[in-house]
Design a protein around this ligand. Structure first.
Ligand code: HEC
Length: 189
């Protein structure tokens, strides 16, 4: 493996001598500060985000959510260290969005039929329910043999009873495919 990046720490000397300058020390004209709100529940499901109270507080300029980040056209963050794999294989890109997307999209569009963990037990279908247009939606694990491309295309054109999700942007549809794969591997919703 080739070494990369690390050239020794350059910042230590000034930090250790008390000559460091931190972001919190800056006072620029019209400076705005960012604050990341992190969930205080491990692995919680985001059902909705109501930013109205925060937006009414004095001095608050904006509240940005994952949807705003995607709408602004920000792409996933690339890996910082370009490491080769076994036998010199190129690194696989795993999309890392700055804020969660796949799970949120799944909860908005899919879980009514497929259920939170993809078992086909969403409120409008309910596994084993005999009546209604969406009775007996299969668990998503049955689609385990389908290719990523097949699932992507199903979202684009729809199924026999399943609606088309053409209105969901392309990138987000791939994100849903990843999330379906995650559920199929037993990932927790
Ligand atoms: C209104 C109910 C409904 C919603 C909402 C829905 N589906 Fe489906 N889905 C179905 C039904 C019914 C099937 C079985 C195929 C058919 O009848 O169209 C299915 C099948 C599937 C399959 C298996 C396809 C196969 O051939 O193996 C996948 C994967 C899937 N859906 C993913 C999703 C995703 C991701 C979403 C959210 C964007 C979603 N579905 C939203 C009803 C729904």
């Amino acid at each position: 493996m080739e070494s990369f990046g690390h050239q020794g720490r350059l910042e230590d000397e000034r930090m250790l001598k008390g000559a460091g300058r931190y972001v919190a020390d800056w006072r620029l004209p019209a400076q705005a500060c960012g604050h990341f709100l992190r969930s205080d529940h491990p692995h919680a499901q985001i059902v909705s985000i109501d930013a109205s109270a925060a937006l009414h507080m004095p001095g608050v300029i904006a509240v940005l959510t994952g949807e705003d980040v995607a709408a602004a056209g920000h792409k996933p963050m690339p890996a910082a260290a370009p490491m080769k794999g076994r036998n010199g294989a190129e690194q696989k890109a795993t999309p890392r969005y700055s804020l969660a997307r796949g799970r949120v999209l799944y909860q908005s569009y899919c879980d009514t039929c497929h259920g939170p963990s993809g078992m086909g037990d969403g409120p409008v279908s309910m596994a084993n329910k005999r009546a209604g247009p969406f009775a007996g939606v299969f668990p998503l694990v049955t689609a385990i043999g389908r290719s990523d491309g097949y699932i992507y295309n199903l979202l684009r054109v729809g199924g026999v009873r399943m609606p088309s999700y053409k209105r969901i942007p392309k990138e987000d549809r791939w994100h849903l495919v990843n999330y379906v794969r995650y559920l199929q591997k037993g990932g927790r919703p």
